[in-house]
Design a protein around this ligand. Structure first.
Ligand code: AP5
Ligand code: ZN
Length: 209
């Protein structure tokens, strides 16, 4: 199964990609996670991209495309396909991989803009395993999966979120038309409860198993 998850920051792409990856046993590839892991490890890539993430700006296309294409050559993707979460994010990225990578479907997670800011400023992530939570539904102070500490992502501060939303509108939203013209776009209502959004996506993707 070869799928792209499209949608604004906070739409729930990561939340759903984790669940769908488990459901269909397909690798979840998040360019944001790859960048954050490299920043945490202070690798050359991490040092190169840190200032972009801190400001809510996109990492340059050439860097991102190279990282993504190289990840897709690994055995798990070759054998089982991929769920791309956060890539492509510009027309240049989509055009650069068009014809190089196959796609069965693009899942567009649609959420009204006014819901996104509170979702992002209230998001907490586990420092150890990366699991995602929201303050409104948190049961305790530690990760429910591994007991690790919960932290706020640096780019989830309000000013940075507003910048990310602007970047999304200007650079990423045009991809909806790009993929609709190819007959690949499936839009789901991402304002529904997490389980309901998951069911809607499973219903679309089960045809591609
Ligand atoms: P990335 O990590 O991809 O961030 P993003 O696209 O901004 O997406 P988010 O992770 O913020 O949101 P999400 O849709 O995954 O929401 P989530 O499931 O967590 O990118 C970060 C940065 O990396 C970029 O700014 C850029 O600098 C760089 N980058 C990455 N890819 C790049 C690329 N291709 N090119 C260039 N630069 C790139 O959910 C959010 C919150 O809502 C959580 O608290 C969750 O619990 C809650 N929630 C989820 N679903 C629901 C629901 N149905 N109802 C209620 N609450 C919900
Ligand atoms: Zn954890």
């Amino acid at each position: 199964m070869k799928v792209v998850f499209l949608g604004p920051p906070g739409a729930g792409k990561g939340t759903q990609a984790v669940r769908i990856s488990e459901h269909f046993n397909v690798p979840h590839i998040s360019t944001g996670d790859i960048f954050r892991k490299n920043i945490k490890g202070k690798t050359p890539l991490g040092l190169k991209v840190q200032s972009y993430l801190d400001q809510g700006l996109l990492v340059p296309d050439d860097v991102t495309i190279e990282i993504l294409l190289s990840r897709l050559t690994e055995a798990d993707c070759q054998e089982r396909g991929y769920l791309l979460d956060g890539f492509p994010r510009t027309l240049a990225q989509a055009e650069a991989v068009d014809g190089k990578i196959e796609l069965d479907a693009v899942i567009n997670v649609d959420v009204p803009e006014e819901k996104l800011l509170p979702r992002l400023t209230g998001r907490r992530v586990c420092k150890d395993c990366g699991a995602t939570y929201h303050v409104s539904t948190l049961q305790g102070e530690a990760c429910e999966k591994c007991g690790g500490p919960l932290i706020q992502r640096d780019d989830d501060k309000e000013a940075t979120v507003l910048n990310r939303l602007k970047v999304y509108r200007e650079l990423t939203q045009p991809l909806e038309d790009f993929y609709a013209e190819k007959g690949l776009l499936h839009t789901v209502d991402g304002a529904l409860a997490i389980d309901e959004v998951q069911q809607a996506i499973v219903d679309i993707l089960k045809g591609f198993q």
